[in-house]
Design a protein around this ligand. Structure first.
Ligand code: URA
Length: 298
């Protein structure tokens, strides 16, 4: 391949093919001060970058670049759940139920509509700039079961509702095994905006969204939380053990007013799509839920 401007453009296209569909930034920005445009297309960026640096690019030998075209492997398929690499979660410190979030917009919300609007107008997290929708919730706000996932994927971002893609279909099937209809529960996520390329949310993003989900739980006030996957469990229960160890046990989640709610961690549907041998564990967890419901709800 010729070492030209075109090959640099191809590098950016390769990132795009790998799922990096949005340029955020490689340096921190203060969005309270900067007036930064919300979205950048990688393709457009490649063009701008190439135009700006064409003279240097033409002279720069590609083999000296850390991104030599020869060393770039074929783009992985990103849509098949079996091709998704296992995620390693950061050390999320939680639950932060104190007021150490300062004037977080969640604190003044008294209704679900106010909370939705506060989230739609949030300024403290870059994810909102790249998202098509703020994915708020789905289901019955008077439900006694609240299901909490991690963050919207591409389908959820497009439609504006949680768990509508492949993992959502599996979630519906899982609920149906114990006779639950998705419309009879309430579903939301720790993070309401899609992380670009479906990467796991960072600790900073999770911490910013924490008061939103705390307030959301408080306003729904369910009897039991079903926490799907490691991010939801770490964020809301603040346990250092992983989901493999915690799933299938009933914990207590304490709200800001001191009231406790039961919380059952289980595997995230996308994890069992990647590791179907773990399906049986989720089925066991659903039986635990069924038993808990029959004992604790009329
Ligand atoms: N995965 C999640 O954690 N939430 C969604 O809404 C969709 C997929």
């Amino acid at each position: 391949m010729e070492k030209t401007l075109q090959s640099y453009t191809q590098i950016l296209e390769w990132y795009s093919a790998c799922g990096a569909d949005t340029l955020m930034s490689d340096v921190p920005r203060n969005h309270y001060i900067d007036n930064v445009p919300g979205k950048f297309s990688l393709k457009a960026l490649a063009g701008t970058f190439a135009e700006k640096h064409s003279a240097q690019l033409e002279q720069m030998p590609l083999q000296n670049s850390p991104l030599s075209i020869k060393s770039i492997p074929a783009a992985p398929k990103i849509n098949s759940p079996t091709n998704v690499a296992p995620r390693i979660l950061g050390d999320i410190k939680s639950p932060a139920l104190s007021d150490d979030h300062g004037n977080h917009p969640a604190f003044i919300c008294e209704t679900l509509e106010q909370l939705r609007s506060a989230m739609e107008n949030a300024k403290g997290c870059d994810l909102i700039k790249a998202a098509t929708h703020t994915v708020f919730a789905d289901g019955d706000p008077s439900a006694r079961i609240m299901i909490i996932g991690e963050a919207p994927g591409a389908d959820e971002d497009r439609v504006g509702q949680p768990f509508v893609g492949q993992s959502g279909q599996l979630l519906n099937t899982i609920l149906a095994t114990i006779g639950l209809d998705r419309k009879a529960v309430y579903i939301s996520n720790i993070i309401p905006w899609r992380p670009p390329g479906n990467r796991p949310p960072t600790t900073t993003e999770t911490n910013y969204c924490l008061p939103f989900i705390h307030k959301h739980i408080e306003l729904i006030s369910p009897k039991i939380l079903i926490l799907l996957g490691g991010v939801a469990v770490k964020t809301l229960l603040g346990r250092s053990d992983g989901i493999l160890k915690l799933r299938g046990q009933i914990f207590e989640y304490t709200m800001r007013n001191g009231t406790t709610i039961a919380a059952l961690p289980t595997f995230h549907p996308s994890y069992i799509m990647r590791s179907p041998s773990q399906k049986a564990q989720v089925w066991k967890d659903m039986l635990i839920l069924k038993k808990w419901l029959s004992k604790n709800l009329d």
